[in-house]
Design a protein around this ligand. Structure first.
Ligand code: GDP
Length: 324
């Protein structure tokens, strides 16, 4: 029985922008330390020899209150001296590295080279940035998401996402060596220990699926109350290529398709009220569906959506979901 949603231990699965927004709402709603976020590392890559973890950084910067919310990536009050100097050297500048952000990548790379794991580096940074939540990269081993385009090109995710601005039509999303890669040490434990798991409104195909592809993750989720929040509203994304990708892959770009994607292991689903009554009464009868305003423009919106999610979680735990 849960009587106070603030006291719940929640594990969230997240990518970058959409994931970080709801993660911040959950952090604001819960007692300090009660949120763990497992973050996609399929977008990680090396650039100028540096280890870059875009989604982990977006989540950490957001939870630390340091994120540039206008851009949706990077840090507030950033300066661009190194990028300007790189431009003058005709160096590749398609991936915009701010000066402060660069310090994160330099130090992460140094620590990884000294033998730290990505989980340890992330915990260390979060402590320095006074993040009260636990941020776990989904794996300490390199997991790479690749995009095969309809013209047959194979692109690393950031090449597709940033350099090519998501323009090439996608034929296939590939996870390199997914079956050989182990989840980060605390990831499955945090799912086991959670009262509730929340799938944030991140891109299902490239931000959440890499986490779900880790050995043991879906079986662990099946033992827990899980709520997913749709990143697709009226067939469109708030930001990013999820809807375009879905269409190119021959999938429907809709909140209903997102629910269908997660139907095997979710107990609750939150989608936007702008989608109205998209579910007939016989669609996924075992899953509780709730329509609300899911657009998060500011911290109040994030907190409100987080509280609605936690209240649905409370209802699931107390009325429907029975622990062994
Ligand atoms: P990325 O790795 O930076 O692309 O980040 P994510 O996968 O976490 O986020 C991309 C998804 O977030 C897109 O599909 C957006 O539609 C979704 N998104 C962004 N902002 C919001 C929002 O305010 N509400 C909802 N429901 N989805 C959002």
């Amino acid at each position: 029985m849960v009587t106070d949603f603030k006291a719940m231990r929640v594990t969230a699965l997240a990518g970058g922008v959409g994931g970080a927004k709801l993660a911040l709402g959950l952090q604001l709603a819960l007692a300090p330390g009660n949120l763990t976020v497992i973050v996609n590392t399929g977008d990680d890559f090396e650039h100028f020899g540096l280890a870059i973890s875009p989604d982990v950084d977006t989540v950490c910067y957001t939870l630390a209150g340091k994120a540039n919310t206008e851009k949706g990536w990077g840090l507030q009050g950033e300066s661009w001296n190194v990028l300007t100097a790189l431009k003058a050297l005709s160096a590749p500048t398609w991936f915009q590295l701010g000066d402060q952000d660069l310090a994160t990548h330099l130090e992460r790379t140094r620590l990884l080279q000294a033998g730290w794991s990505l989980s340890q580096v992330t915990e260390h940074f979060c402590k320095l940035w006074q993040v009260s939540s636990h941020v776990l990269p989904m794996s300490d081993q390199p997991f790479r998401t690749l995009i095969r385009t309809q013209t047959g090109e194979l692109l690393a995710f950031q090449e597709y996402f940033v350099r090519e601005r998501c323009e090439p039509a996608v034929a296939e999303i590939m996870f390199q060596h997914a079956e050989d890669i182990q989840p980060a040490p605390q990831a499955l434990k945090s799912v086991d220990a959670a009262d509730l798991v929340v799938i944030c409104p991140s891109n299902p195909w490239v931000s959440i699926d890499p986490i779900l592809a880790l050995p043991g993750m879906v079986p662990a989720l099946k033992k827990k109350p899980v709520i997913a929040v749709s990143p697709i509203i009226q067939g469109k994304t708030v930001k990013g290529p999820a809807a375009k990708m879905a269409q190119e892959l021959g999938l429907e770009a809709s909140a209903a398709a997102v629910l269908g994607h997660y139907a095997d292991f979710v107990n609750g689903f939150i989608y936007d009220q702008l989608d109205g009554d998209i579910f007939t009464s016989d669609a996924y009868p075992g899953i509780i569906k709730k329509a609300t305003n899911t657009i998060m423009k500011n911290d109040e919106d994030k907190l409100r959506l987080a509280i609605e999610t936690l209240k649905l979680g409370e209802f699931l735990i107390n009325n429907i979901y029975h622990h062994d």
